[in-house]
Design a binder for this molecule. Sequence first.
Ligand SMILES: *[C@@H]1O[C@H](CO)[C@@H](O)[C@H](O)[C@H]1NC(C)=O
Ligand SMILES: *[C@@H]1O[C@H](CO)[C@@H](O)[C@H](O)[C@H]1NC(C)=O
Ligand SMILES: *[C@@H]1O[C@H](CO)[C@@H](O)[C@H](O)[C@H]1NC(C)=O
Length: 335
Amino acid sequence: MLNIKLNYILVIILFMSSVAILYQIQLARLQEKLIKLEHLQAKYETAPNRKEASELLNENNVVVLYNRVPKTASTSFVGVAYDLCKKNNFHVLHVNITANSHTLSLTNQLKFALNVSNWDSMKPALFHGHFAYLDFSKFGISNPLYINLIRKPLDRFISYYYFIRYGDNYRPYLIRRKHGNTMSFDECVTKQLPDCDPNNMWLQIPFFCGHSINCWKPGNKWALNEAKRNLINNYFLVGVTEELDDFISVLEQSLPRLFKGASDHYSNSNKSHLRQTVQKDTPSEETVKKIKGSMIWQMENELYEFALEHFHFIKKFGFKNKFQNIMYEKIRPKG
Ligand SMILES: *[C@@H]1O[C@H](CO)[C@@H](O)[C@H](O)[C@H]1NC(C)=O
Ligand SMILES: *[C@@H]1O[C@H](CO)[C@@H](O)[C@H](O)[C@H]1NC(C)=O
Ligand SMILES: *[C@@H]1O[C@H](CO)[C@@H](O)[C@H](O)[C@H]1NC(C)=O
């Protein structure tokens, strides 16, 4: 009887000590793993390319939205992106809106914002199309990186005037809306015809202003202020047509994941000559004086000058000063 009890206790002791030994072994293995992981982490933190690696991780999800204003050399710039997209491994998508409408219905605004931000298989991506600024954040969706180009308003207006009459060298076969009309811009201004009505110059302001009705009322002061506010707060970068090469350089420096090699590509190709309106007479002094006397030109020009000054500021402090570093110090508590 006593023997059986002793045996029983022995078995229990044996069992318990083997469990203890097993745990010891497991613990030793875990400690080994932990040490390995700590080594790995230390290696990762000191690796010289760690910063780039984490930047790449984010830039792989980047969505750039270029809501291009007609006749601002946008085709030249987009051409560069199309040439680079395969090599740099990103997608370029044209947003074709029915009847070239510059604004979207509320339903389509939400649809578009959701689609653009959730379409992971396209990322990183550059979407481009002729539509007004759309604030994704009103749907609780974070905004993409907006970019744009702006051009001297009278140059853009005259370019458009001749474009719809004579087309361009990009798609010469396409018959434009006013094909066959050979009236010069000067003559149009003298006769005060609708095609050269300064109110039709109201386009860059609404493109930067957005989807509010007041944006589209020629001469609306709130629209001009809203356009300026968006340009500063909600655009990643706005360049000017007259300095397209610098715009491409700044983009390449700030978003190399997409635009690496863009500057060289642009200066070495003949893209800079792409899409020139076929016939363009220079306007007379009188015409220029008349247009510049209009309130619409003055407001559009105010936005242009505003954008120009900001772009020069970015070039001076962000782009030319290549060796600016951000460092963190006095980090407390220690350890
Ligand atoms: C946009 O789509 C319409 C209808 O499908 C088409 O006729 C038009 O050519 C497209 N626009 C461009 C610029 O491809
Ligand atoms: C975005 O729209 C396209 C075209 O309609 C569709 O093929 C794609 O699946 C959509 N992506 C998302 C994430 O909704
Ligand atoms: C650009 O250059 C290519 C060959 O390098 C030529 O085929 C093409 O016609 C040129 N385009 C323009 C618009 O000059």
